[in-house]
Write a protein that binds this ligand. Structure first.
Ligand SMILES: NC(=O)c1ccc[n+]([C@@H]2O[C@H](COP(=O)([O-])OP(=O)(O)OC[C@H]3O[C@@H](n4cnc5c(N)ncnc54)[C@H](OP(=O)(O)O)[C@@H]3O)[C@@H](O)[C@H]2O)c1
Length: 246
């Protein structure tokens, strides 16, 4: 039985309908948080709702615009009056295509989901996170965004993750001296649909499960977590710092 370190707190997780997001929702609920679980697939969300019962509120929505988030902010304030943890996890891979051949709509969809939707979380939930006694914001990034030599054919995804790293680090700088801690996490290759799309020839059984990854990431959401503006790398199980080009 997990320690209820998040008892009485409220969390929000995007990309909650499958993969790492579903596992994070379960881990947060196990530790006592009430979790708002966001994704588009309402059937998958309904399953999660029935498994977790009253410790979860599922919110079917598309993160491609602010509309649902504005309503949700009002709803969270009305029903709970607080928000302690935000996990920006939703992402799409987009086509495996060279930049020069990428369809414009595909580019916009990847940037909107992987980057702008996370800025929207900051835009709409910042004041609640700052007001929380131990506000925590965690963004799921990828090693694809921070390689010295960028991998070809993954352009939009890798670029969106590089920009997400900058977004989270900027937010960490802007919230220095507050109770809010902002972290990035690279889960590394994990047994999910997104990974199968990125590496179709790989044997998924060789990869860690979302539950294994989430059991480590959860530490970054707890009141005891004290770092901000850094990257937790699951494959190396350590915290990494950012450096300028050298
Ligand atoms: N798996 C890996 O190997 C790996 C490696 C490095 C980094 N990551 C990162 O880890 C995070 C989770 O990845 P995953 O592998 O668990 O992915 P996944 O299984 O494909 O799940 C992605 C989630 O994002 C949601 N989503 C996508 N577009 C959305 C939109 N417009 N509005 C609302 N929700 C949306 C999906 O739900 P709906 O379709 O229901 O909306 C789904 O719940 C991502 O940020 C990913 O980049 C994963």
């Amino acid at each position: 039985m997990a320690e209820k370190a998040l008892a009485g707190t409220v969390a929000l997780v995007t990309g909650a309908s499958r993969g790492i997001g579903t596992a994070i929702v379960s881990q947060l609920a196990e530790r006592g948080a009430h979790v708002f679980a966001l994704a588009r697939d309402s059937e998958k969300l309904a399953q999660i709702q029935s498994e977790l019962g009253g410790s979860c509120t599922c919110v079917p929505c598309d993160l491609g615009s602010s509309e649902a988030l504005i309503d949700l902010r009002h709803e969270i304030l009305r029903t709970w009056g607080r928000l302690d943890v935000v996990v920006g996890n939703a992402a799409i891979m987009g086509p495996r295509t060279a930049l020069s051949a990428l369809d414009e709509q595909a580019w916009c969809d990847v940037v909107n989901t992987n980057l702008t939707a996370n800025w929207r979380l900051i835009r709409h939930f910042d004041s609640l996170l700052r007001a929380a006694p131990h506000g925590r914001a965690l963004f799921l990034t990828s090693g694809a965004g921070s390689r010295a030599r960028m991998v070809p054919q993954r352009g939009a995804y890798a670029i969106s993750k590089a920009a997400l790293d900058a977004l989270a680090r900027t937010y960490a700088s802007e919230t220095e001296g507050t109770n809010l801690r902002v972290m990035l996490c690279n889960p590394g290759p994990t047994r999910t649909g997104l990974r199968a799309q990125a590496a179709p020839d790989e044997d998924p059984m060789t990869l860690p499960t979302p539950a294994q990854v989430a059991s480590k990431l959860i530490a970054l959401c707890l009141p005891s977590w004290n770092e901000s503006g850094r990257l937790y790398d699951y494959p190396q199980d350590r915290l990494l710092d950012f450096h300028g080009p050298n």
